[in-house]
Design a protein around this ligand. Structure first.
Ligand code: PLP
Length: 816
């Protein structure tokens, strides 16, 4: 805890202290304010300028700010500490905080595996140490200072990861982390584009260890950079060279575990790793090496590595029983990740009631009274309506929790037995527990039974895609996101909540009932309806949905309706047809339209827009230019007639990249949000597919050559082989066109063709060359085999593939 005066001095800020106070928390996001009166808000320049959000933070109760310039608006009783560079100030404060403690610190960087290794070292060493570490993968220029700020005098070990994407970033992170022990994890291609070459990247990353005493790394990956390493002591491991500290010479699989043998200090040692995939094994070896380097005995290593558990940074959003929404974060429970999960809970608008099911928190390094007081304060701050505590420790601190409805249970079984009495209904339930509480059982009991074919939607990737397009926009250009047709098959409120939280400017749906559904889920953003039906105008107005008016007929209908209902200045959007010839006013109609608009008072034109027919296609660029010219002529005339400004927009996804001069006042982002864009070849530059469709194997049959497979005997094996029946068919949206080898699926990483016709609920694939068994996962599409590939296979476009996935296929959303 620092006084605001001390902080002003530490960061060398200007500005008077209006109000003496102590600061305990750093805030970088005005939507995530906790313990406001002791918070210090940093107005960082991210994609949006943090100064824009000062008022929001002030309204949430924050009274201390670090800014580059004071806001124009007066805010009484607030401290504004002025600095040249706000991010720098945050770094200086975190580095100062770090210097107050002489705990041991492990610093981790590299291309892959940082978070897993950090979490595993935590699992492996929590017996001996009180450990502080980054929440999730908070390893950036903002994440690291927030992580380091968590250090308290109780901690005797810090484990911090540092991630960089371009040169010049590591020095600041090093100053905050100051590790004595370093781990350089797997070196790969991630972020290569941010550096001159691979060596430049390695040298930048190595800066994290410039003051460290000891560096742990893989010799084979790093040998060509060894002369760039300045750390005096090294601990190397290898699977190829004997001349290292830990030489892993043998790996075999025994009973679903990886059995590793190695040479260490001239002796043979061994361990079992409960994972089989190569990346996990490699990450575990880094942990093994680190434990040995830190003085753990080979026996201790073996005992503990065998009990490593999977690390999932995922927070899943699922459909629950009785119209509930379930947020499943049942893998761990510490106070930092609790805060992150509660923020996610608060993004959800679809239900009034917010419920938290929380287990005891282990290994916090805090006294129980302090810990549960903090938890209780957080629960109160985040406005939880219903609290369910599970575990002896949390139970013992029952009286701290000031919540309307609260229930406590000594263990998970007791809660499970009582589940029906809790009468969950239409609420959003966050389930968060330490692994040993097995909260996945609660999650299972409260989730709707899912048909085993699932579409997983990565919300983190979706936000990244949004930010990718935002980074291509001129300052001030607004974003409308097209969430028509169930957000291109991806979801309704699940997607809209994220977009609302990310502060997009507008949403657009195709029909009125889609908009009504969003309103009923608590979405407050302005919503345009592309094709409103006059019969539902009353519902549209009741839910503040804004119609697209595209013809005189439509205009007449709506104005008549508005007149009857005595509505004035209702926001509407005018569509100009510049070449699509679908909906919209034609060139020759604009004059008449203008005359009409000059007269009517019932509507207010919010925007005038048009739609490009081939913004992605170079061969139609001349036509695209012509569309823009027509559009410009039309909106100028309308602007003249109306005498006021409106939002102008014509760009869809591909135009954002290809036609920057056509951004006008707003763009309409569609398919790109979902990770597909013909104008962005090969998923380059940070565009990520967000959806994967997974199913599994119901049965496997060994068949001799010549047997036919499926309806109409169209499938045939040319040689003896093995056929797997999987749980997806054309009723799920896997179209018949994919049959007879046209479509391919991934089984154990191997691409295999369909055999025979696709049936309604199932289809068959040829797994002759794949080791697999019944129940194994089968991937229809994911980030490796994208929907663009599927679209090509059957001669359609990705849009159709996505929107065809039927509602029977359960959607599961997750944050990483
Ligand atoms: C669907 C739609 C978009 C989005 O198009 P994408 O190619 O998916 O970006 C934009 N504008 C209108 C009018 C649309 O109907």
């Amino acid at each position: 805890m620092y006084s605001i005066k001390e902080i002003r001095q530490i960061i060398g800020a200007q500005g008077p202290i209006i109000r003496e106070c102590n600061i305990s928390g750093l805030i970088t996001d005005s939507r995530q304010v906790l313990n406001a009166s002791e918070g210090l808000f940093f107005a960082l320049k991210g994609r949006r300028d943090g100064h824009e959000f000062i008022k929001e933070a002030y309204n949430a109760g924050v009274r201390s700010f670090v800014v580059a310039h004071e806001p124009a608006e007066r805010m009484t009783g607030a401290n504004f500490l002025t600095v040249d560079n706000v991010l720098n100030a945050l770094h200086i404060l975190a580095a100062h905080h770090r210097q107050q403690f002489n705990l041991q610190v492990i610093g981790i960087t590299g291309s892959n595996g940082k978070t897993i290794i950090k979490e595993w070292l935590y699992q492996l060493m929590a017996n001996e140490y009180s450990i502080v570490r980054n929440p999730k993968s908070y390893n950036s220029q903002v994440g690291v200072p927030l992580s380091v700020w968590q250090i308290t005098k109780e901690n005797d070990l810090g484990i911090f990861e540092a991630g960089i994407s371009t040169s010049g970033e590591m020095d600041a992170l090093e100053a905050m982390i100051k590790p004595q022990i370093g781990i350089f994890t797997h070196l790969g291609s991630a972020h290569d584009e941010g550096f001159e070459n691979r060596r430049a990247k390695v040298i930048e990353k190595l800066k994290l260890f410039k003051h460290a005493d000891l560096l742990i790394y893989n010799y084979d990956q790093m040998r060509e950079y060894e002369k760039d390493i300045v750390t005096p002591k090294r601990f190397t491991w290898s699977q190829k060279s004997k001349d290292v500290d830990l030489y892993v010479f043998s790996e075999t699989v025994i009973a679903k575990k990886f059995y590793l043998r190695a040479k260490y200090k001239g002796k043979e040692i061994e361990c079992l790793i409960p994972f089989l995939d190569a990346a996990s094994v490699e990450n575990a070896v880094y942990c093994w090496a680190t434990m040995l380097a830190m003085g753990y005995s080979p026996q201790q290593c073996d005992d503990r590595l065998e009990h490593l558990t999977a690390v999932s940074m995922r927070l899943e959003l699922k459909t629950g029983v009785n119209d509930c929404t379930i947020i499943d974060d049942s893998y761990n429970s510490d106070i930092n990740s609790l805060e992150i999960a509660l923020n996610f809970l608060n993004q959800q608008n679809q239900h009034q009631t917010k419920t938290l099911i929380l287990s005891d928190i282990y290994q916090s390094g805090l006294q129980q009274e302090v810990l549960y007081k903090q938890v209780a304060d957080m629960v109160k701050d985040k406005k939880i309506d219903k609290f369910i505590g599970v575990g002896e420790a949390i139970f013992a601190h029952e009286e701290y929790f000031d919540v309307l409805k609260k229930h406590f249970y000594p263990h998970t079984q007791a809660l499970l037995k009582d589940l029906n009495n809790l009468e969950f209904s239409s609420e959003t339930i966050l389930i968060k527990g330490a692994r040993s509480f097995e909260f996945e059982r609660i999650s299972k009991a409260l989730s709707q039974k899912a048909h085993e074919t699932l579409m997983e939607i990565n919300l983190t990737a979706m936000v990244n895609n949004l930010n990718f397009y935002r980074s291509k926009l001129y300052p001030g250009v607004k974003v409308m996101v097209m969430v028509k047709a169930f957000s291109y098959g991806s979801g309704t409120f699940e997607i809209a909540n994220v977009l609302q939280y990310a502060k997009v400017d507008y949403l657009a749906v195709a029909y009125i009932d889609e908009g009504v559904a969003l309103r009923e889920s608590g979405i407050k953003l302005p919503i345009m309806v592309l094709n409103p039906e006059p019969a539902a105008f009353d519902k549209m107005v009741e839910h503040k949905l804004e119609p697209e008016l595209y013809s005189f007929n439509m205009l007449d209908e709506f104005v008549k309706f508005a007149y009857q209902q005595n509505i004035n200045e209702y926001p509407v959007h005018l569509k100009i047809d510049t070449g699509m010839h679908r909906l919209g006013f034609e060139d020759y109609e604009i004059e008449t339209l203008c005359d009409f608009l000059e007269e009517v008072k019932h509507i207010r034109v919010k925007s005038v827009f048009s739609h490009l027919v081939a913004s992605d296609a170079p061969e139609h660029d001349a036509f695209t230019l012509q569309q823009m010219k027509r559009y410009e002529k039309a909106y100028l005339k309308i602007e003249n007639a109306l005498g006021y400004k409106f939002i102008r927009h014509i760009s869809n996804t591909s135009a954002i990249i290809r036609w920057p001069m056509a951004q006008y006042d707003m763009v309409r982002l569609g398919i790109g949000l979902y990770g597909v864009d013909a104008a962005v070849p090969g998923h380059m530059n940070g565009l990520q597919p967000i959806a994967s469709l997974k199913t599994n194997i119901s049965q496997i049959k060994k068949l001799p050559a010549g047997e036919t497979i499926g309806y109409s005997r169209l499938g045939k094996l040319n040689k003896d082989g093995k056929i797997a029946t999987v749980r997806i068919g054309y009723a799920d949206g896997y179209l018949r066109a994919f049959g007879n080898g046209v479509g391919k699926m991934l089984v154990k990483g191997v691409l295999v063709p369909t055999v025979g016709n696709i049936a309604m609920d199932m289809c068959m694939i040829d797994v002759s060359d794949v080791e697999c068994k019944e129940g194994d996962e089968v991937i229809v599409f994911n980030d490796k085999q994208g929907i663009d590939i599927l679209a090509k296979q059957i001669g359609t476009i990705p849009y159709e593939i996505l929107t065809n996935i039927s509602q029977r296929v359960k959607r599961v959303y997750f944050y990483e």
